[in-house]
Write a protein that binds this ligand. Structure first.
Ligand code: BES
Ligand code: MN
Ligand code: ZN
Length: 493
């Protein structure tokens, strides 16, 4: 488990700046005004900061970005990072500034001179989110051993206690995001269905109720469509139910995640190029797990149940075939046109089960469901589909607050007819046109009209090809913060 950095707020002590080791970050307003800590840095460096601020480089710098003054005279630090930000900057810019400070630090100690900036807690959150590296499978190099454990992060602020209080939720949130990233980054030979379930069962330690349903139980429940996806794999299919009961006897919010630990496509096998990315096809389950972790760590005053369907989609003598007809737990039959449209088969049964067992106040599912959503929205925004405008609007607002891209797509009934099957109640693939929307319609068939429901297609945002603003290249943990905020806004207090 990658743990977020330990970030401490302390009083501004100008006399400690010269001796600080590692990296020092100092903020300068876009108009070039130097605050108290910046003036001290300028004096120590004999005017180097002011020259930097007068340069075209500073003028061209976007708000929330920075550059280094390397090995400054008059200071012990290896580098002073000049970051453009002032007290009027948005929370978004403040988080970006934090991320810009974290990105180059490696494991060096860090001193952040926030001074009078009121956004210090936002800077701290951006810093924590970006201070992540997935090194589980890297052999340590000699230089890593020399450097040892990451150095501390100190934020000097004028009102450190107030800032620490305002930032007190940051650690729980960053831990949830880091769990999601660790799960999504993990290879499928390591994070098998069993290892995944074991990992979630460990969260009993932080107060979650965790149940692991195995194949015989899933068989008994009639989850045939979920089991059909996993039947070609040596890894047993599982459904894990995580419950956080912080909200008295209120009906819970249900979060449902697609957890395909690896998606070869099955008999409708995928091309070799890029198939390794399908190790992230459990991204929905990863986000559900991360949110549950955050809710438990911050002791949310809400009832939330998280369910993940963990399977592997492999080609095999026992694998499901195109043309097979499968009966879902709901009772509807499905003609398998394409074994690569497996995520919806997994979710169909878990959605139905979640709804029948928990009578949720609302249901949200997350899945790396379609390549089509990447064609439509790229890697910037996830697709939002919902039968409930209030739920969708609340989520879009939460996502905007958390700097997580989201965009609503339509669910008009006109799209549904593409799912008609000649031999069964529906087919699992409706062809190329509007692929993300027809996939959402497929899921909608497994949600009762009385349950407010939202589907998030995160295929483009879970593991983008470029580094994100708040994450290095690899898994982003997209959605953990927005869903945590949705819970806080809509289901607490
Ligand atoms: N896991 C994939 C979707 C995906 C593609 C996620 C790229 C992340 C990156 C999903 O199971 C899938 O294969 N979907 C098919 C559906 C089609 C066969 C109807 C797709 O999108 O091509
Ligand atoms: Mn697939
Ligand atoms: Zn898939």
């Amino acid at each position: 488990m990658t743990t977020p950095p330990d970030i401490r707020f302390e009083p501004l002590s100008l006399d400690d700046i010269a001796g600080a080791e590692g990296r020092v970050a100092v903020f300068v307003a876009p108009d070039g005004t130097l605050g108290q800590p910046a003036r001290r840095v300028n004096r120590l460096t004999r005017g180097a900061l002011e020259r930097a601020v007068d340069s075209a480089r500073f003028a061209d710098l976007p708000v929330g970005a920075g550059f280094d003054l390397a090995f400054p005279t008059g200071m012990q630090a290896d580098a002073v990072q000049v970051v453009k930000l002032d007290r009027r900057a948005s929370d978004d810019a403040a988080r970006r500034a934090g991320a810009a400070i974290a990105a180059p630090r490696g494991t060096r100690p860090l001193l952040v001179l926030a001074g009078a900036l009121p956004q210090a807690p936002q800077i701290a959150l951006g810093l924590a989110l970006r201070d992540y590296a997935f090194t589980d499978h890297k052999s340590p190099s000699d230089s890593d051993e020399e450097r040892g454990a990451p150095g501390p992060v100190r934020i000097m602020a004028n009102r450190p206690d107030d800032m620490a209080l305002a930032a007190s939720g940051n650690a729980a949130r960053a831990e949830g995001v880091f769990l999601t990233r660790d799960l999504v980054n993990a290879p499928a030979n390591v994070l098998t269905t069993t290892a995944f379930a074991d990992r979630l069962a460990e969260m009993r330690e932080i107060g979650l109720e965790v149940e692991v349903l195995d194949e015989p139980e899933l068989e008994k429940l009639g989850m045939r469509t979920l089991l059909a996806v996993g039947q070609g794999s040596a890894n047993p299919s599982k459904v894990v139910v995580m419950r956080w009961n912080g909200g008295g006897d209120a009906a819970p919010l249900a979060l449902v995640g697609k957890g395909v630990i690896f998606d070869t496509g099955g008999i409708s096998i995928k091309p070799a190029m890029g198939m390794e990315e399908m190790t992230a096809d459990m991204g929905g389950a990863g986000v559900v797990s991360g949110v549950m972790r955050t809710l438990a760590l911050r002791k949310a005053k809400a009832n939330v149940v998280g369910l993940v369907g963990l399977v592997e989609n492999m080609p095999d003598a026992a694998a499901m075939r195109p043309g097979d007809v499968i009966r879902s737990m709901k009772g509807d039959t499905i003609e398998v046109i394409n074994t690569d449209a497996e995520g919806r088969l997994v979710l169909a049964d878990v959605l139905w089960y979640a709804q029948e067992r928990f009578a949720p106040a609302a249901m949200v599912d997350l899945a790396t469901l379609t390549g089509a959503v990447i064609v439509g929205l790229g890697h910037e925004k996830a697709a939002v589909f919902s039968t409930d405008d209030g739920l969708a609007d609340a989520f879009l607002k939460a996502a905007a607050t958390e700097c997580e891209g989201a965009w609503r797509l339509p669910l008009d009934s006109a799209y549904e007819k593409a799912l008609k099957s000649r031999v069964a109640d529906m087919r699992n693939s409706a062809g190329r046109a509007a692929g993300a929307i027809t996939a959402a319609h497929f899921l909608k068939r497994f949600v009762r009209d009385t349950v407010p429901w939202m589907h998030l297609d995160i295929a483009g945002v879970a593991l983008p090809p470029e580094p994100g603003r708040f994450a290095p290249k690899g898994a982003t943990g997209w959605g953990v913060l927005a869903l945590d905020r949705l819970v806080a806004d809509r289901y607490e207090g």
